[in-house]
Design a protein around this ligand. Structure first.
Ligand code: PLP
Length: 425
């Protein structure tokens, strides 16, 4: 039998250390919200491949759609011989997206690529260059998105120089002492000190910061940004890569605010484990780039488009938006109960809309002093007892729960039992 240890040894010899793995657990098989490693050990999966599996591992409908597509063709390149599934998926997203007026959608492969292209489209549409993003935000690891990401370690270290024309402002979050007014004042300062509004193409933000710690953008901020963008002809871009497709208890995270963005980026749970991303935007904006200026060899793969059409059916048929809210309430109630006990590791700030649930591990009950070392130990202990968890947050002390929305209550409770065990003092 191949062991995790043996594969880890080969991994270390053959793969650079720059790509991390949260757990030394090599996957052999996975089904819905469970995963088995090469040694046959079973895990409950509360990571979902980092928010990719809202519809679970290998959902039968997604697998059937992919199998059907595989029997026809696997690749032609949309820029050579287009296919209907790409168009059908664009039509569905155009209807679903909370965008004012007619929308258009273009597909890519990764979330980063969607962000890269959102910037290209925003620049083409406005004739401007500047991009404003938020500290703590995460938009990817490619050159442009690395620069847009508001976290130095580990994403930017040793990779300078960053592409130009990207500006960060603080993201409102009470424990960090940042209010909505502080964020807005920082943009005002930016307009005085660094870049005039007339040179700013877009403001890009996550409706709920994902890697940054599951911190929801206040409605007040989004409304103020919408007004600011309208006043200056700046485009508002919602990065829905992690928040999209029912996770937050709405189809898209920004719907909690009622604010309509000009452009949205989607990826991750869009295609249930197949690599697919998209940029959805107001039709007039989306048509700004010249023919041939956008695309990619694998962009909008027919296999991934088939998977995504099935994912959208599953979200509807299995009422996963309602399910996300029920799961979120269930997990948060359990976390609240754990946080009241005085014989557990102290946790705080249980939060997140719908099933986008996280909490902080802190040094002392009643404070918000981050404890990243204990967070790491909790992840290890949970894994040893069969639960895959992920951390996040600017200080690395948040634990996020990204269980598939197709998981049963019984499985979620079993996972929460393990989490409680891992939190025992
Ligand atoms: C909000 C957000 N944007 C962009 C990305 C980048 O996506 P990808 O890793 O597919 O390039 C991520 C990935 O975690 C993300 O969470």
């Amino acid at each position: 039998m191949t062991t995790n240890q043996e594969l880890m040894r080969r991994r270390e010899a053959a793969v650079p250390r720059g790509v991390g793995s949260a757990h030394p657990v090599f996957a052999a098989h996975a089904e819905n919200a469970e995963l088995w490693d090469v040694e046959g050990k079973r895990y409950i999966d509360f990571a979902g491949g980092i928010a990719v599996l809202n519809t679970g591992h290998r959902h039968p409908k997604v697998m059937a759609a992919v199998a059907e597509q595989l029997s026809h063709f696997t690749h032609t390149c949309f820029q050579v011989s287009p296919y209907e599934s790409y168009i059908a998926l664009a039509e569905r997203l155009n209807t679903m997206a909370p965008i004012d007026g007619p929308a258009k959608t273009i597909f890519f492969t990764t979330g980063s690529e969607a962000l890269e292209n959102a910037v290209k489209i925003a620049r083409a549409a406005t004739g401007r260059s500047g991009i404003i993003t938020f500290a703590g935000g995460y938009h990817g690891r490619t050159m442009m998105t690395m620069a847009m990401t508001g976290k130095v370690l580990p994403y930017k270290k040793k990779f300078a120089p960053m592409p130009a024309e990207i500006y960060h402002v603080p993201f409102p979050h009470a424990p960090f002492g940042v209010t909505v007014q502080d964020s807005l004042r920082a943009i005002d300062m930016l307009f005085r000190a660094d870049i005039e509004p007339e040179r700013t193409a877009a403001i890009v933000l996550e409706p709920v910061q994902g890697e940054g710690g599951f911190i929801q953008a206040p409605t007040e901020l989004l409304e103020a940004l919408r007004k600011l963008c309208d006043r200056h002809g700046i485009l508002l871009v919602a990065d829905e890569v992690q928040t999209g497709f029912a996770r937050t208890g709405k189809m898209f995270g920004i719907e909690h605010s009622g604010v309509k963005p000009d452009i949205m980026t989607v990826a991750k749970s869009l295609a249930g484990g197949f690599p697919l991303s998209g940029v959805i935007g107001r039709a007039d904006i989306m048509d700004a780039a010249e023919p041939g200026g956008l695309g990619g060899t694998y962009a909008g793969s027919p296999i991934a488009c088939a998977a995504a059409l099935a994912v959208l059916d599953v979200i509807e048929e299995e009422k996963l938006i309602d399910r996300a809210n029920a799961i979120g309430e269930r997990m948060k109630a359990r976390l609240e109960a754990i946080s009241m006990r005085n014989n557990t590791i102290p946790i705080a700030a249980i939060r997140g809309p719908g099933a986008m649930t996280a909490f902080d591990v802190v040094t002392t009950r009643g404070t918000d002093e981050p404890d990243p070392d204990t967070t790491k130990r909790i992840l290890t202990k949970a894994r040893e007892h069969g639960l895959i968890l992920l951390s996040c947050g600017v200080y690395g002390n948040a634990i996020r729960l990204l269980v598939p929305l197709t998981a049963s209550d019984a499985l979620i409770d079993e996972g929460m039992d393990v989490l409680e065990l891992a939190l025992a003092a």
